[in-house]
Design a protein around this ligand. Structure first.
Ligand code: PMV
Length: 352
C-alpha cells in the first residue's frame, strides 16, 4: 500500500482567478497552461495500520539534487551550504494534505492512516507555487496507495479539490482546464503533447520569501474588483486566440495574448478590496526590459502568477540570449529554464 508519483508545476497562459464554488473549487473561467520540466514535486504515500496518526513531511530540495537533476538552477542566490535538506511542514499545509487524504480514503472505503513524504525540485522559498505540483503528485500517489486506479479525468477532478491549478498538472504538455457548473464536468485535459512546440518558460526569481497572501486567500476577494466583469467578458475570446495560436504555432499571437492576460489579472488583483500588489520594483524593471528587448527584435513575452517572479516565454532558439540578458539584471537571484513537460506519473523511486 505504498506508491510514489512525480508531477510538474505549470504556468498558466490564461489564468484562473476566482471561483464560482469555493468548496468544490469550480473556477469562474477556463484556463490554459504549460507543464514545467524543471519544477516538480515527488510524493510517496503509504497507508498502514501501524500508523496511529497521520505523518506528513515536506522536504525542501537538497544541494546534491541540485547538481544532479537541476542543471539549470544557477547558484547565484543560494550557496550549497544554505541549500541543505530541510524537513518542514506548517499547520495550514498539513491540514490541507490531511483533508485531501480524507477525500481519498472515502473514495477507497479505507480507514488507515497514512505517511506522506513530499519533496520539491525547487526551493519552496523561491516563491514558485508548489500547490499545483504538490496536490497533483499527492492525488496520484495516494489514490494508487489506497488501491484505486483512476482515469486521468478522475485524477484531475480530485486534484482540483485539493488545489485548483493542480488539476492542470495531471495531463501532458499544453493543458486546458474546463470551467463548468458541476464538479464532474470541471477537469483538465491535454491540448497538445509536450513535444508539440519547443517553447521555454524561463523564470526570473526576484524574491525568495513566500508571498504573504496565498492565491487561495487572494482570489476570495475577486468579486470586489470593478474590473472583474470586463475580465470575464473577454475570456472566451482570449481562450479562442490562444488555441488558434497553438494550432497555427503562431508565437506572436500566443505571446501577445499571454502578456495581455497577465496584465489584466494583476489589474483585477490591484483593484480588489483590499488591493493585492504582488509585483516588486524588480518585477516592473524586468517587464520594462522585456518590452525593450522585444522592440529591438527579440521575440519574448512575460507572464506573472500570484507573486513577484517573472516568467519569460520564448522559443527554444532564443533561450541562451534571454538567459544572458536576464543574468545582467541586478537583483535577479536565480533563473530556472523550463520546457513543456509531461503530466503526473507514477515512479518506482520511493522517498521512504
Ligand atoms: O490553484 P492555486 O491556488 O494555486 O491558484 C493559482 C492562481 C494563479 O497561479 C495566479 C493562476 C493560475 O491559473 O495558475
Amino acid at each position: 500500500m505504498k506508491a510514489t508519483a512525480r508531477a510538474p508545476a505549470n504556468i498558466a497562459l490564461i489564468k484562473y482567478w476566482g471561483k464560482q464554488n469555493e468548496e468544490l473549487r469550480l473556477p469562474l473561467n477556463s484556463s490554459i497552461s504549460i507543464n514545467l520540466s524543471n519544477c516538480h514535486t515527488i510524493t510517496t504515500v503509504k497507508f498502514s495500520p501501524k500508523y496511529k496518526q497521520e505523518l506528513v513531511e515536506i522536504r525542501d530540495y537538497s544541494s546534491s539534487e541540485r547538481s544532479e537533476s537541476r542543471s539549470h538552477w544557477t547558484s547565484s542566490g543560494l550557496s550549497s551550504r544554505q541549500a541543505r535538506t530541510v524537513i518542514h511542514v506548517n499547520f495550514k499545509e498539513e491540514r490541507r494534505v490531511v483533508g485531501h487524504l480524507e477525500r481519498i480514503r472515502k473514495l477507497a472505503k479505507i480507514h488507515l492512516k497514512a505517511k506522506v513524504v513530499s519533496k520539491n525540485s525547487f526551493p519552496s522559498s523561491a516563491g514558485i507555487a508548489a500547490s499545483a505540483s504538490g496536490f497533483a503528485a499527492l492525488t496520484l500517489a495516494a489514490t494508487k496507495a489506497a488501491g484505486l486506479s483512476l482515469s486521468e479525468k478522475e485524477l484531475s477532478i480530485l486534484a482540483r479539490l485539493g488545489s485548483g491549478s493542480a488539476c492542470r498538472s495531471i495531463p501532458n504538455g499544453f493543458v486546458e482546464w474546463q470551467q463548468a457548473k458541476t464538479s464532474q464536468e470541471s477537469y483538465a485535459y491535454s491540448l497538445c503533447p509536450p513535444d508539440y512546440w519547443d517553447l521555454r518558460d524561463i523564470i526570473a526569481i526576484v524574491q525568495k520569501q513566500e508571498k504573504k497572501i496565498s492565491s487561495t486567500k487572494g482570489m476570495e476577494k475577486v468579486f470586489t474588483s470593478p474590473f472583474l466583469k470586463a475580465r470575464l467578458k473577454e475570456m472566451k475570446n482570449k481562450i479562442e486566440k490562444i488555441k488558434k495560436a497553438l494550432k497555427e504555432k503562431d508565437f506572436r499571437l500566443l505571446g501577445e495574448v499571454t502578456e495581455e492576460e497577465a496584465i489584466n489579472i494583476h489589474c483585477v488583483m490591484m483593484t480588489q478590496k483590499p488591493p493585492l500588489f504582488y509585483w516588486s520594483e524588480l518585477t516592473i524593471k524586468i517587464i520594462k526590459a522585456v518590452c525593450q528587448w522585444r522592440e529591438k527584435g527579440l521575440p519574448i513575452y512575460f507572464t506573472i502568477d500570484a507573486g513577484s517572479n517573472v516568467h519569460l516565454i520564448c522559443q527554444a532558439k532564443d533561450e541562451k540570449e534571454v538567459v544572458k540578458k536576464l543574468k545582467k539584471i541586478n537583483g535577479v537571484l536565480d533563473v530556472i529554464i523550463n520546457k513543456p513537460a509531461q503530466g503526473a506519473r507514477l515512479i518506482n523511486e520511493h522517498l521512504f
